[in-house]
Ligand binder design. Sequence first.
Ligand code: CTP
Length: 397
Amino acid sequence: MLKDKNIILGVCGSIAAYKSATLVRLLVKAGANVKVILTAGGANFITPLTLATLSKHPVYTQYFEEETGVWSNHVELGLWADYMLVAPTSANTLAKMATGLCDNLLTAVYLSAKCPVLFAPAMDLDMWKHESTQANIEKLLSYGNLLIAPGKGELASGLYGEGRMAEPEDIVLFLLETISKGLPLSGKKVLVTAGPTYEAIDPVRFIGNHSSGKMGFAIAERFARLGAEVTLVTGPTAEKSSLQLNRIDVVSAAQMLAACEKEFRKAEIMVMSAAVADYTPVTTASQKIKKSSSEFNLELKKTEDILATLGKLKTENQILVGFALETENEEEHAKDKLIRKNLDLIILNSLNDKGAGFKMDTNKITIFNKAFEKTVFEMKSKTEVAKDICDEILKLV
Ligand code: CTP
């Protein structure tokens, strides 16, 4: 199961760092590619040479290696990893990870990592029991990181109790279990729409809107991080994702509908966050329209509502989630759409909230379920909003 898995092993300043040598050996023996990041504190307990020899890769100790002049790109390292393991995690690194402090390569890679992160604390009994350490652990767990709990035993200080890093064999077992258990949405298929649609008037002009696609991409990425297989049908956007998404690019509402009709049967969860044009030109001119008369009337027809179409087709095993972007009587309109389109959840954005809406990096949402129970969220980054949305959907899965 570990064969060809890319693993970053962070080693911090703790006497337990001597066990990292065995850990690297076990991981490499199981077929994993291991790259070690050693903090300055860690280097007091184990040499880079030992870890480099065992991992068969140079050991990373700082952003910039003075001798070689090589810059260690934390973002690249973070993206390379399938799993990040911090073992031992010292109380100091634990606190940095919990607060987003990033004063060394290890914490920078942690912040850049897009993979599951497992941490195995090692510290003295009283440090372990301290309220701030426990609060930091709670924080890390709330971010989705996985704790490999320390065991009881004799500690380097001579004290007896909790704080001893888990044994390398147990850490490998924990990692194997994590891989096999997978993530909450492993094996689930999700369909997400994002971005605007462009309705062609002639070969050079179109009717569009200001949707950036940021919200839909953030939702698709969050689902992918939860282990789902995500199909993202997106209108024209500058957004990109480094995650593995089955991306289908479309331009018009009709193309988005066709793609969704083709994909929706496979999906167990569908989130329609695209800002689909409600109207499209009755005809599209094949040549550029010349400005001849002083007035110009464009005849439009309604597009098909993709969300409502899927609402009619969906089965009991499918969850359908829509958005409502409103400027007045927000809650009434949202509830009306929830019923009319046969949705399980509706996410209301109000353009009256500063910081919400198109092109922004933040959003403020209210979610209604079928029983009209509402959950109001604060203004947050779209990445955090995506997490809130996925958490609400997870409750229905
Ligand atoms: N939607 C859709 N297809 C359309 C129009 C809208 O799938 N042709 C979806 C959007 O992706 C969103 C939801 O419907 O999830 C609500 O979109 P919104 O523009 O707020 O509402 P409309 O249904 O278009 O109603 P109105 O414009 O009257 O507010």
